[in-house]
Design a protein around this ligand. Structure first.
Ligand code: SF4
Length: 63
């Protein structure tokens, strides 16, 4: 599974960081995914939850 954050959409609310800090981190005023490639399986569930929590649907999940 991969996750990408669309910086044009992200409003920096940090909801995803609160839910899944292992995968998402703030960089300046936007969030980035820590993993360019596959997200470790143990983080997948929280990562999906974080994507669903995003108020502007800026997080794309690719299975
Ligand atoms: S939840 Fe969405 S809008 Fe909020 S910081 Fe994360 S990616 Fe950005």
């Amino acid at each position: 599974m991969k996750a990408t954050v669309n910086e044009d959409l992200c409003i920096g609310c940090e909801s995803c960081v609160d839910i899944c800090p292992d995968v998402f981190e703030m960089q300046d005023e936007f969030v980035v995914c820590r993993f360019d490639d596959e997200i470790p399986p143990e983080f997948e569930e929280a990562c999906r939850e974080a994507a669903e929590s995003c108020p502007v649907e800026a997080i794309a999940i690719e299975d």
